[in-house]
Design a protein around this ligand. Sequence first.
Ligand code: DLL
Length: 448
Amino acid sequence: MIFDENELLSGEKLKKLQLERLQKTVKNVYENVAFYKNAFEKKGVKPDDIKSLEDITKLPFTTKQDLRDNYPYGMFTVPMEKIVRIHASSGTTGKPTVCGYTQNDIETWSILMARVFAAAGVTKNDIVQNAYGYGLFTGGLGAHYGAEKLGAAVVPISGGNTKKQIQLLGDFGSTCLTCTPSFALYLYDAGKELGVDFSKLPLKVAILGAEPWSEGMRKEIEEKLSIDAINLYGLSEIIGPGVSFECIEEKSGMHINEDHFIAEIIDPATGEQLPYGSKGELVITTITKEAFPLIRYRTKDITVLSEPAKCSCGRSFAKMARVTGRSDDMLIIRGVNVFPSQVEDVITKFSSLSGHYQLVIKREGRLDTLTIEVEATDEFARSVGSVVMSDGTEALAVTHEKVEALKHNLKKDIKDLIGVTTEVKLFMPKTLPRFEGKAKRVIDKRVI
Ligand code: DLL
């Protein structure tokens, strides 16, 4: 289903609107954000040079680093009195990326998310159990406002709370579930253990995103929960969830809200724009945002854009394929974005730990686990002593209270600063692999 008339825009009409909005945005950022004025000048481009949509390639890119350099509010185009909401997502090191919204931005976002629900067949008669996290993360409030805009009843349960989730699915008769795909499967397993028969629940559809998933996972979720599973994409910097979404009619690629965002695919190595059908990094320009517009933002997500064509849902907006990877090292662990450099930052603050570490990620049962394997310093190892294992190798005396305390403190700091729960394994000095070239810090054993 379509939520609003603008979703049906296509061809020249859409292009005209996009160009008008792009020109306005470009002027806005040039006049109000020092970073953009400088970046435009470095590229030798002025707002008036943008005469057609193709001219977008004349504009500079924006990266996460640029946002970090202008932390916290340097990229905002409006004074604080106009900002009504602030969200944030992980940055590559300690500082998060800050995203501001005016009242109109919140209204725009609500409409975009209402489109997502409508496209998934949700109506005002539905009950939406919103299990995306509420807070700085955009998932919870983004889905909340969208479902309300559509007129559906929202159950703002937020993430976690598995038993309660399962109880409410039955008692409240939720017909739509919004959460990460891994959490949907986790709920199924937990429900099964409690004797829940999902085929008897009123649940019809789940709108899933915030982490990579596969067609195989879709099939599994749809079969096990007896529902339709719909893919939803977005990122905080651009607006949050609602950048693109699948329609229930086709479930083949996610329609990009092209009246609000201009999408490009580039070669991540050269920055060159690639034609429709090419695999590369998704770059997005926001053309209606007021508080925090971004020009050619490098999402680092790898995908393919398909040429706009009329879809059976009625939309002609271009579709993007599933995100198949990232062109940087960001990891998504239970929906939390984690950069190895953030973990490294925390590790290096501990004088009892050497800088040698690796991150091991597994999918155990349904959920991702992150284990930090890190070496103790010689001094620390000497102070707690070691034991000889059955295979003749030496290991730290793990039962020593100092070892326990160190592991506990590292876990706690990582949870506090990055927001992800980890396991910590302490190793004897010089026992983790060394690398001659680029260190391989991440061992991702997940099969999605
Ligand atoms: O994850 C926003 C969101 C919330 C999207 C709820 C969908 C549903 P961030 O925390 O800023 O925002 O993380 C954005 O998550 O760049 C992708 O790498 C990844 N991602 C988001 N949706 C998908 C998806 C939210 N459907 C980052 N498939 C993005 C694959 C996704 N990856």
